[in-house]
Design a protein around this ligand. Structure first.
Ligand code: SF4
Length: 226
């Protein structure tokens, strides 16, 4: 597999936020989201075998939570699926962050799939593969990164049309973060004020979780490998 980095930090998103986690970040993505903060994963990285990745994960610390992320990890599905099977067999809880554009059919059921539905301001509002809804269970999570009111309306309608709250364990609405953000660790870098998003969620009484990217408030938002 082509790997950008393997490191230990805390999980910054999802219902696992705040827990110690080892990240395996794969290189390459087929999308180009307008607010992407992971452009450094698009190229480069180094070739690693599954054995080498497993050794690096074991060496990264005692945490039994691993996130497979990118880039888009499912671009390397042929190799990353067997890796996830081996991590599960070693007793890890495995999270998979994926854009929702790649098929989920071959992802092991025991993997916690954290699936983006891209909203229009990302530039990929039509990228979600609807057949993926059939592969999601109460173990999984769906995330909308929201940059403005139009994104919020898109996400709200998608949620209601597909009754997402009955399909997955968590539906997360998260304000988009400016990809050039650096310096202060506060909400001024959010493209949509979290307070405004919260007010909309409460007004509409949506059955969703507000998500903030914890790592952006702990470290300088431009810091990598955290
Ligand atoms: S899918 Fe993820 S890694 Fe790819 S461009 Fe979008 S935000 Fe960046």
């Amino acid at each position: 597999m082509q790997i950008t980095e393997i490191y230990r930090s805390i999980q910054g998103e999802s219902s696992y936020a705040g827990l110690p986690c080892i990240f395996v970040r794969l290189t390459g993505c087929n999308l180009r989201c307008a607010w992407c903060d992971s452009e450094y994963t698009f190229t480069g990285g180094k070739r690693m075998s599954a054995d080498e990745i497993l050794a690096a994960v074991r060496a990264a610390g005692a945490a039994k939570l691993v996130e497979i992320t990118g880039g888009e990890p499912l671009l390397q599905e042929r190799e990353v699926v067997p890796l996830m099977v081996r991590l599960l067999a070693e007793g890890y809880t495995v999270l998979l962050e994926t854009s929702g554009e790649r098929p989920l059919a071959r992802v092991p059921q025991a993997v916690v799939k954290i699936v983006d539905v891209k909203c229009p301001a990302s530039g990929h509002g039509d990228s979600f593969a609807l057949e993926n809804l059939g592969w999601l269970t109460a173990r999984d999570e769906i995330k909308f990164v929201v940059a403005d009111r139009a994104d919020y309306e898109f996400a709200r309608q998608f949620l209601c049309r597909h009754q997402l709250q009955d399909r997955v364990g968590s539906v997360i609405f998260s304000p988009a973060f400016a990809k050039t953000a650096s310096g202060s660790r506060d909400t001024t870098h959010c493209l949509l004020d979290p307070r405004l998003l919260t007010e909309w969620l409460l007004a509409d009484q949506l059955p969703v979780r507000l998500g903030l990217q914890l790592h952006k408030f702990i470290w300088d938002p431009s810091t990598k490998g955290v």
